[in-house]
Design a protein around this ligand. Structure first.
Ligand code: ATP
Length: 278
């Protein structure tokens, strides 16, 4: 369940009762955003966003074009630094942590335009997901000690198991440049989860896919959620959002316009106006 924090963050001391109340709510959340504001020069991309995301849910982040959805994912994963506000994973404040440090704490991310190294083969691209998560010692690989070779063998074995799960084991040695869009989307998803993250941020994972591929992707995401992975997904396909996700956050002009179950969001007059007004 996601709880909108409507009161403003008090500026006073830790003994302030409002502040303690705020933090008590945060304890229940896997992710907490407190009063996030982000500007690019004169452009206000995000304004005063406070929201908590509970564990184990598949949350959709929707809104018209330019509403700030990708910017919010970028703030969460550390690509963008907001001018104001705090991001917490569990009780850990993430302010000041770089993308790779947040990844090591369990935050994973996929991108709208798939981010793979086209010249590298499928397995090596997958294993980049483990390096990003800090699960494999880069230095050990560079010096190639016997220990590191053994470790590398185990890691490659685990990688092949994951590729099998995503039906990519047959093409493990092909350069990514030779894969179809569907296979690239699969590989990006596999790479984002290979390090066992706690929270997965998905930016339009179904973009550009056919209807049957979208359904297949939804199945994979259901499977990940049933294994306990929490997800926040930016998606434009409303049918997908309404059919598959547990909870919906709606951004409009950089503000949190509404949140609720898919059914509540579908019936929300403010949301309908925001979309029709585009
Ligand atoms: N790096 C950037 N530099 C300048 N402006 C940016 C940057 N990133 C985003 N913006 C602006 O911030 C606003 C929100 O953009 P964002 O991409 O987050 O929206 P969105 O909801 O993801 O849109 P879409 O659905 O079209 O992908 C837009 O006006 C966009 O032009």
């Amino acid at each position: 369940m996601i709880v909108l924090m409507q009161h403003t963050l008090p500026m006073s001391t830790d003994t302030d009762p409002d502040r303690l109340d705020f933090e008590k709510k945060d304890e229940q959340h896997l992710l907490s955003l407190r009063q996030i504001s982000l500007t690019f020069g004169g452009l206000q991309a995000l304004t005063d966003i406070s929201v908590g995301v509970s564990r184990g849910l598949w949350t959709a982040l929707i809104g018209p074009n330019g509403a700030g959805k990708t910017s919010l994912l970028n703030v969460i994963c550390g690509l963008y630094v907001p001018q104001r506000g705090e991001v917490l994973l569990g009780e850990r404040r993430l302010d000041g942590l770089a993308v790779h440090q947040r990844a090591a704490l369990g935050l994973a991310r996929t991108f709208q335009a798939v981010q793979l190294v086209l010249e590298m083969n499928v397995l090596d691209n997958l294993l980049l997901g483990l390096h990003c998560r800090g699960r494999v010692g880069m230095l050990g690989h560079l010096v190639r000690s016997p220990g590191s070779r053994r470790e590398e063998g185990l890691v490659r074995e685990k990688g092949m198991e994951v590729l099998q799960r995503y039906s990519l084991d047959d093409v493990w040695n092909s350069p990514v440049g030779e894969l179809s869009l569907w296979q690239r989307k699969l590989l990006e998803l596999a790479r984002s989860v290979v390090g066992d993250p706690r929270l997965l941020l998905l930016d339009e994972p179904m973009g550009g896919l056919t209807m049957s591929e979208r359904e297949a992707m939804a199945e994979l995401l259901h499977d990940l959620r049933s294994r306990g992975l929490s997800m926040i997904m930016v998606e434009h396909d409303m049918d997908m959002v309404m059919t598959h996700t547990d909870h919906v956050l709606v951004l409009h002009h950089g503000r949190l316009l509404a949140q609720g179950s898919p059914q509540e969001i579908q019936a929300n007059p403010e949301v309908i106006t925001a979309y029709l007004g585009e």
